[in-house]
Design a protein around this ligand. Structure first.
Ligand code: ADP
Length: 151
């Protein structure tokens, strides 16, 4: 049973995340989208909203589940028999950042990090750009799954 975790803040989930998750379903038996809880970070969307956006986006995909977690990703993996950490790569900056995290995680536990290169059509999308568009009343709906709606 190949089980992967896709950790992140998902504030909110974007079409970039959506693309990575959709494609990863072909590689793994189970994909756990895991929203990390960081008490020091300020979020635009509450934990409940972020969870609901992802659950709704994948309601027809039985291999995808959504959880929240605190602490180290590798600890979550070891407690839940997860062998793979999934991450998306958009550009060289992502690669450098992700490389350091992946090496650290490998030092901490025998868990492989698997990288998927973003689709060209969503490579420019980030949650922070989506939040900026929302704050400035722009049309964010082209950048996120249909489940993400601002009241
Ligand atoms: P974090 O706070 O951990 O960076 P994010 O929610 O921003 O959380 O990202 C989670 C994962 O999704 C990371 O691996 C990130 O590189 C990847 N990701 C973010 N945006 C995109 C995108 N447009 N295409 C592909 N992967 C992406």
């Amino acid at each position: 049973m190949k089980r992967a975790i896709f950790p992140g803040s998902f504030d909110p989930i974007t079409l970039g995340h959506y693309d990575i998750i959709k494609r990863s379903v072909k590689l793994f038996d189970e994909v756990i989208v895991a929203i990390g809880i960081n008490a020091d970070k300020k979020y635009m969307f509450s934990l409940e909203e972020r969870l609901r956006f992802i659950e709704e986006a994948f309601k027809d995909e039985p291999k995808v589940s959504v959880v929240t977690y605190k602490g180290l990703t590798v600890d979550f993996c070891q407690k839940n028999n997860v062998e793979f950490i999934l991450r998306g790569l958009r550009n060289p900056a992502d690669f450098e950042f992700e490389k350091a995290i992946a090496h650290t995680n490998r030092d901490l536990a025998p868990i492989e990090t698997v990288f998927l290169l973003t689709a060209a059509s969503t490579s420019y999308i980030s949650s922070s750009i989506v939040r900026d568009v929302i704050r400035n009343n722009g049309d964010y709906t082209k950048l996120v799954p249909k489940s993400v709606r601002v009241k």
